[in-house]
Design a protein around this ligand. Structure first.
Ligand code: ASP
Ligand code: MG
Length: 415
C-alpha cells in the first residue's frame, strides 16, 4: 500500500483538484490511501469562526458564510452535473457546525477549536471524494476519527498507537481510500487535532500501521530545499536526506515536513518522498535510512520573532546549576520555547520563542532574582553542514548578536 498526502495548497481551487486527478493518473492509484488537508487557507478561516464564536464578536455569521462560499465556488467550478449530491453533503456539514455552535456548553477554547476546525478537512475530503467517484476514480471516503484515536489533549493530541493500529489494520486494503489529515478522536468520540500542519503526520501514522511501501507528500515546491527561497536566493533541491537529517532540520525549525512525521516512518524504514505536484517528471527528495545528504551542501534554517535574553545574578555570584534550574523552570512554566542556550560564568543567554504571549510574566518573575536584559524580534539562523562561505553569507545579512558552533552546526542570533 502507498500513502499520498495532499496539503491545502494542492487543493486550493477547482484547477488544483483537477491537478490532483492528473497526479493520480500519472502515478497510479491502486492500493493507495490519500490523506487530504483543508482546502487552501481554510483552516485559518475556520479559526476565525472559532474566535468569533468564542469571543462573541459580531462577525460569526459572516465568517461562516465566507467558508461556505469558498467551498461552493470550488464545487461550481468542479462539477458539471450531480451538484445536488455534493451540495447536500455540504449543507449537512454546515448543519452539524451550526448545531454544535448552538448547543455547545463548554467554555474550553481548545475543545471548541477542535470541534469546529475539523470541518475544513471534512469539507475538502467530501468534495474531492465525490468528484473522483464522478469522474470514474472509485474511492472510499473514510472518517479518520474512526481510525486515529488520541488522548484528550485538544489542539495537540497524542496518538494512542495501540487502538489506532487495531483500527487501521481492519481496513480492507486493495482499494483507494481517501481520508482527512490533522484529525483524530478521543475515547469520548470527540474530534481532536494533531497540531497545525499535522496532515503529514496523519500520512505517517497510516503508513506505519499499514506497513506501507512509501509515503509521498505532494508539494508546490520541487522537494525539500536547502533553504527557504523567500529568504535565500539560489535555494537548491536536496535529492536525498536521512531520517536523522530530516528530524534535525525540523527540530531547528525547517517547516517543510511536520516534525512528528519522520519517527514512525523511520521505525518501519518506510521511505518518504517529497515531490512537486506541478512537475511530475521531477524525482523530488527521498528521505530514508542512512541516506547521505545529496548534494552535500550547507542547509539554512531561519526562525523569526525570537527574543534574545541575557540573565546574570544580582550579586556577583556565578550562574551555576541551581540558578539555571530555577530559570528553566520559569521558562517552562510560561511555555517559552528555548531554541539556543549559551552560558558563561557570570551570565546566561537564551534565545526563546514566545508563542503564548507570556514573556512579560516571565520577565516580572525573573527580575525579582536576577539582572535581565533582552533584545526583541531577533532572527535565529541555523546552518547545518556549515562552511565558512555559508557562515559569511548569513553574517552579511545583519549584525551578529551571538554565535555558537557545535559539530558542523552553526547558530547565529542576528538583528
Ligand atoms: N489543515 C491543517 C492546517 O492547516 C492541517 C494541515 O494542513 O496539515 O494546519
Ligand atoms: Mg494546511
Amino acid at each position: 500500500m502507498k500513502v499520498f498526502k495532499f496539503g491545502g495548497a494542492s487543493v486550493k481551487d477547482a484547477e488544483s483538484v483537477k491537478n490532483v486527478v492528473r497526479v493520480l493518473k500519472h502515478e497510479g492509484f491502486e492500493d493507495t490511501l490519500i490523506v487530504i488537508s483543508a482546502m487552501g487557507k481554510m483552516t485559518n478561516a475556520i479559526e476565525k469562526i472559532v474566535d468569533a464564536y468564542y469571543y462573541k464578536t459580531n462577525n460569526l455569521a459572516a465568517q461562516i458564510e465566507f467558508v461556505r462560499n469558498f467551498h461552493i465556488e470550488i464545487i461550481d467550478n468542479l462539477f458539471e452535473n450531480k451538484k445536488n449530491v455534493i451540495l447536500f453533503d455540504l449543507e449537512q456539514l454546515f448543519g452539524q457546525l451550526s448545531g454544535f455552535l448552538a448547543t455547545n456548553k463548554s467554555t474550553d477554547y481548545n475543545f471548541i477549536y477542535d470541534q469546529v476546525v475539523g470541518f475544513g478537512e471534512l469539507l475538502s475530503t467530501k468534495i474531492i471524494s465525490i468528484y473522483l467517484n464522478e469522474i470514474g476514480i472509485n474511492n472510499s471516503w473514510i472518517d479518520v476519527r474512526d481510525y486515529i484515536k488520541t488522548d484528550i489533549n485538544y489542539r495537540n493530541a497524542t496518538v494512542n498507537w495501540e487502538e489506532t493500529t487495531i483500527n487501521i489494520n481492519a481496513l480492507n486494503t486493495n482499494n483507494l481510500f481517501l481520508t482527512q489529515g490533522f484529525l483524530g478522536s478521543n475515547s469520548k468520540n470527540k474530534t481532536t487535532t494533531l497540531g497545525r500542519e499535522g496532515s503529514d503526520y496523519t500520512a505517517a501514522i497510516f503508513a506505519y500501521c499499514l506497513n506501507a511501501e512509501s509515503v509521498t507528500i505532494w508539494k508546490d515546491v520541487a522537494g525539500v530545499l536547502n533553504a527557504d527561497p523567500r529568504y535565500f536566493e539560489d535555494a537548491k533541491l536536496l535529492e536525498q536526506i536521512s531520517y536523522s537529517e530530516a528530524i534535525e532540520m525540523a527540530f531547528f525549525g525547517a517547516s517543510v515536513i511536520h516534525p512528528k512525521t519522520i519517527k514512525p516512518l523511520e521505525n518501519k524504514n518506510i521511505p518518504l518522498y517529497v515531490r512537486s505536484f506541478y512537475n511530475l517528471d521531477l524525482k523530488g527528495t527521498t528521505v530514508g535510512k542512512n541516506l547521505n545528504l545529496l548534494p552535500e551542501i550547507p542547509c539554512y534554517i531561519l526562525k523569526k520573532e525570537q527574543i534574545l535574553v541575557s540573565i546574570s545574578a544580582l550579586d556577583f555570584s556565578f550562574m551555576v546549576e541551581h540558578n539555571l534550574s530555577d530559570i528553566f523552570k520559569t521558562l517552562h512554566d510560561n511555555k517559552l520555547k528555548v531554541n539556543l542556550i549559551q552560558n558563561s560564568a557570570l551570565s546566561f543567554s537564551v534565545c526563546i520563542e514566545d508563542k503564548f504571549n507570556n514573556f512579560e510574566t516571565f520577565l516580572s518573575k525573573i527580575k525579582l532574582k536576577y539582572n535581565i536584559s533582552f533584545v526583541n524580534n531577533v532572527l535565529l539562523y541555523t546552518i547545518r553542514h556549515a562552511t565558512q562561505n555559508a557562515i559569511d553569507l548569513v553574517e552579511e545579512k545583519g549584525v551578529v548578536l551571538l554565535k555558537q558552533t557545535t559539530k558542523g552546526t552553526v547558530q547565529l542570533v542576528m538583528q
